[in-house]
Design a protein around this ligand. Sequence first.
Ligand code: CTP
Length: 410
Amino acid sequence: MSTESLKTITGKRIILGVTGGIAAYKIAELVRLFKKAGAEVQVLMTPNAEKFVTPLTLGTLSEREILTGIFPENETGSWTKHVALGLWGDLYVIAPATAQTMAKLATGMVDSMLTAVALAGRCPVLICPAMDHDMYEHGATQKSLSVLRDLGYEVMEARHGELASGLIGLGRLPEPQEIFDRAVDKLHEIALERQGELAGKKVLVSAGPTREAIDPVRFISNHSTGTMGYEIAAAAARRGADVILVSGPTSLDVPHGVNRVDVVTAAEMFTGMKAHSSADYTFMVAAVADFRPTAEADSKIKKDAGFDGISVEPTTDILASLGAAKNENQVLVGFAMETEDAVSNARSKLERKNLDWIVVNDLREPGAGFGTGTNAVTILGRDGSESNIPVMAKREIAEALLDHVLADLR
Ligand code: CTP
């Protein structure tokens, strides 16, 4: 990827938190700049922000519903939006940030969607304080700023100039163009960091279905298209890894920067995976057949000869075999397709197969599973953790999964 292509923010997802200060009116211009540059913008407002700029203005410019409260207005709606948004955003910009909101953020208080997303989110935060000079210089505000910096937030210092109170001093919000420029640079820095994150690491991914021949024209297989595994391989390659993709039959192109090993049967997939089992990270995404016909008929089974069933035998559980052989520096991620008791069944697979993570697809969840462009998964960790990734494009699920697995090792 060229440096130039990283500079673009087309398709980047920006969460824009607006709090209740007079400078909130300037945010309309900031939303416009982000949108014009092709970014998606989700505005979150505190109730006080609505006194300075209307949700209708920011909602119209951002083309998205403005979120304020943490609980849905419709009582039957989902209340995990803060988690979904936290995973969705590439960058969280809070502008203007009032002294009150910064104090809440510094102490981890959650009383709005804006503060909840700050805690639930994984993306970097750029905070742009704006207030009256004396409030800005006050020890309490400076203390919040110092805590926020320690927490890893980037603070764009308030500017010197004329303030709404008529006083002259430090406290002005940087101009929307300055905030925009800093946000673009920051997104660029994040992309560069990610690009090298897996440099020097070997990532092994399996994808797609396997086919187990019954006779020369028929086989046992499943509905897997391979998309999820291909997206994980592509995402790992984008982060600089040396990626081997052991793939069953699919119609997908080899992702850029990925080395593909083509296989057909579960036995071939086992051989392909074993050959690269020294990988630092292994993602066993393939839908491997659990059973194969005991013997493949030499010639086509003819209808007239009658058919009295297929005798089958189990295939090797590739993942369990990789789990049994892995060392403590290797990270092994399995997938589980479930239709009942998804989480508890998957957790027992994690234990049984000695995995670090298991990614659960609940096939009954709308938008999840085979043949869809989207997926929704739950990631279970060996440490007992459980994280939900809501319905997203499979490419985004792949990025979120890598973020999750890598964050644990940082
Ligand atoms: N898997 C494997 N080898 C097999 C079967 C499955 O490596 N012969 C892997 C899959 O790639 C997946 C994980 O095991 O990462 C779980 O697969 P799944 O089909 O959900 O579970 P199974 O172990 O086959 O158990 P069950 O069919 O009873 O749910």
